[in-house]
Design a protein. Structure first.
Length: 220
């Protein structure tokens, strides 16, 4: 989530701070450009790659800015705030307590994939969400809700969607991640809890290879 502050507000602050300087005041013929903006990013997560120096209670994070942090994750583990596990090369999002301790760890690589649940209107079918790299989200067998994008912000999962017949008006929802494993994903907001399992692609019967019968198979 971004905060956009009009540049005119910044100019106003500068003007107030220089009231004593008469030469700094604009003349009647001078125009102030108010079209520029200052963008502030209020996401508290640090992003990077899990390094080879990671151990059971220690995460080595090679950040996107090129720094290498060695973080204790013991407290995050004890508080159930490590989501998705970790292994070298995984993309991670970390909320820091300080430069040596992580308050929350989210494995973005583990978050990717196809997640489904039984359709509440038809228990014989499944519906869900496809979470892809690059912040892309897609719906799985639920045309009434069209997922557009996703991202992590301040330890929460943000999902943007539109509803069928809703004039393409985007809905932005923030969810708390409850659990993330190799085969399960649970997140919730104030009203609903979504419990998914990772979709397992079923092998078509024509692709199943059968062993040829041998003479021993014919013995009674």
């Amino acid at each position: 989530m971004k905060k956009i502050i009009p540049f005119v507000f910044v100019c106003t602050l500068v003007a107030l701070g220089s009231c004593g300087s008469k030469s700094s005041q604009p003349t009647e013929n001078e125009e102030i450009d108010t079209t520029a903006v200052v963008i502030l990013d209020d996401d508290s997560l640090v992003y990077g790659i899990c390094g080879d120096g990671t151990a059971m209670n220690t995460l080595q994070l090679i950040t996107d800015s090129g720094d290498t942090l060695t973080l204790s994750i013991a407290e995050a583990n004890d508080n159930g705030r490590c989501f998705g596990g970790f292994q070298s090369g995984d993309r991670m999002a970390v909320m820091l307590q300080d430069q040596e301790t992580a308050r929350m760890v989210i494995n973005q690589s583990a978050l990717l994939g196809d997640w489904v649940m039984p359709n509440p209107l038809d228990g014989s079918s499944e519906m869900g969400i496809r979470i892809k790299e690059g912040g892309i989200a897609e719906s799985i067998d639920q045309p009434a809700v069209i997922y557009r994008s996703w991202k992590l912000i301040n330890g929460k999962l943000e999902i943007v969607s539109v509803r069928e017949g809703g004039n393409e008006e985007e809905e932005v929802n923030l969810y708390d991640i409850i659990s993330l494993g190799s085969d399960s994903l649970v997140y919730k907001d104030a009203d609903d809890t979504f419990e998914y399992t990772r979709y397992k692609h079923k092998e078509h019967k024509d692709a199943i290879k059968l062993e040829s019968a041998s003479e021993d198979d014919m013995l009674i």
